[in-house]
Every structure is written in C-alpha cells, then in structure tokens.
Design a protein. Structure first.
Length: 299
C-alpha cells in the first residue's frame, strides 16, 4: 500500500478545515505584506516557466503567510509545473543526510497531493547520500506548510517530491543539488527551498543578518550562503535546503534571481525585541532575467 502522509500541523500552523484554510490563504495574498491581490487563474498565466527555484518560509501562516504568498504569486504567473520538488530542514532529528518520501500522497484539509514516485526514485538513484524514508517525514512541518499554498494556486494535480536534509553541509547540499539538476534538466519543474531566516533576535539585527544571506541567494551563490551563515552566526534553519536549490540552479545554468519580499514576525505582532525573519526569492531559468515576470505587487 502506498504511503499516506497525514497533516501534522493543520489546526496549528494553518487552519484545520478546507473553508477556513482557503479564507486564510486568500487573506495572506491580500495582506499588506503580501502581493495585495489573488494569484491569476489558469487561463491568465504565461505558457512558459521563467522560475525554476523559490525560497519560501514555513512558519505559521499568521506570521509568514503573506511573505510566502509573494513567492507563490510569482510561481502562479507561469504555467502549471509538471513536478514540484520541496526541500526542507529536519527539525526533529529523524532524517539522515537526505531523506526522500518515495510514493503515495500527502493529505491536507484541501485534499491529497500525489508524490511523483518516478522522480523520487530517480533522485534516490542519482544521489548516493539519499534514502527513502517515509517515517522521517511524519512530524516535519517545513514541507507540509508549503502544500496548501501549492494546492490553492494549482489544485491537487501537481505531483511533489518531498525531501528533508538532516545534515546541512556544503557536501550534502551540493550532492543533492547535482542529483536534482540531473533528474529535472528536461522537465518543467520548480524547486522550493523551505526556510525561515534569523530566529529570535532584535528586528534591526535580524534584518541586517538576513540581508547578507539574501544578497548571496540573489547572486545564486550557495557557498556564499554557507559562509555568511557561519561567519555571522545566522540562525537560518534551512540554509542546507536553500544551498541545494541554488547548487541545482547553478548546474542548470541559472544566472538571475530576485528577492520578492522580506518581513519579520515583529511586523505582524508589533514586538520587535525577538523576531523571526521570512524571505521570498525567485531564481530564473537560463535565458530569463529578474524582470521577465514583470512582478508588480500592490504594496
């Protein structure tokens, strides 16, 4: 029997019923920190796929949802992808170097999202440090919170490959990134790196540190991300997934990226003494540049 990964954080990180969840996501898109408008319908999208990589936050929607909506709004301007690879950090310590959910469905209040088992299998074969591990994903929120946004924009037809990184080093990220680039080089795929940025530091300090990381992401510089995180002690939880996405994009010839938005929990709560940072970034395929989507948000 194929795996059924049931929602672990519905009702906490995001609303637990379909109706309330749809309304919550709509509010994220319409929020002053979000795009300020809803994503386009299928007939209103481009026929090509300028964006191949995204950085997207994974905190509770109340805090990071509007910034996440900026990433998904950009993604929803282009054609529906054939597969979405989602890479997140392991917050619970159950993953090895790289743990891939091999087959089945992931369930949220908005329905079932199929796992692209063929792509997952090819990734395991191409990545010598990856294993197939359903149980490692059971409680992890960093991948799950991406799915309702994906479902809201594209329905339940887009298959995913859920990947967790347990050891966030250059070697692990580069090995995974290389494998992803091999497997999707001829596919209409999007790679989502799920991460929050600085955790529980004063607003100005968090913004200063996060800006250093965002500049390296925008330069498609995974080694630079690693070096900034280490040198400046940036408490970014998903720098490994971000590096893996960037390594893959490098291998695929990407030359352009754009920061789509940045906010902190303090922008929502009004408490700027101990904030968490959230960033959204798009990486563009070879032949496109950061202006190719003509992104205009309402704010």
């Amino acid at each position: 029997m194929m795996g059924q990964r049931r929602a672990a954080v519905a009702g906490s990180f995001y609303e637990g019923t379909a109706e309330r969840l749809r309304r919550q996501i709509e509010n994220c898109f319409l929020h002053p920190l979000g795009p300020g408008k809803l994503p386009p319908h299928e007939g209103e999208r481009r026929n090509d796929m300028p964006i191949i990589g995204l950085v997207c936050p994974h905190a509770g929607y109340m805090y990071s949802g509007p910034t996440a909506a900026r990433a998904y709004f950009a993604m929803a301007l282009q054609r529906t992808p054939d597969v979405v690879i989602i890479i997140g950090p392991d917050h619970h310590g159950f993953a090895g170097d790289v743990s891939i959910y091999p087959e089945g469905v992931w369930i949220t209040p908005l329905g079932e999202v199929p796992v692209a088992s063929d792509v997952a299998k090819r990734l395991v074969e191409a990545c010598p440090i990856a294993d197939e591990n359903e149980s490692a994903h059971r409680y992890e929120h960093s991948l799950e919170v991406q799915l309702p946004f994906l479902q809201f924009c594209f329905g339940n037809a887009v298959p995913i490959v859920p990947i967790m990184i347990g050891r966030q080093t250059k070697d692990v990220a580069a090995t995974l990134g290389d494998a992803i680039s091999q497997v999707i080089k001829d596919a209409n795929a999007v790679i989502i790196a799920s991460t929050d940025f600085t955790h529980y530091e004063p607003q100005e300090q968090a913004k200063r540190k996060d800006e250093l990381v965002l500049k390296r992401i925008e330069a498609i510089d995974p080694d630079g991300v690693f070096n900034v995180v280490r040198q400046h002690r940036v408490t970014m939880c998903g720098y490994g997934p971000t590096m893996a996405m960037l390594y893959a994009c490098q291998k695929l010839g990407c030359e352009s990226a754009k920061v789509l938005g940045y906010s902190t929990s303090g922008d929502i709560s009004g408490d700027y003494s101990q904030v968490v940072g959230y960033g959204a970034v798009a990486v563009f395929r070879s032949g496109y540049d950061a202006s190719s989507l003509e992104l205009t948000f309402a704010t």
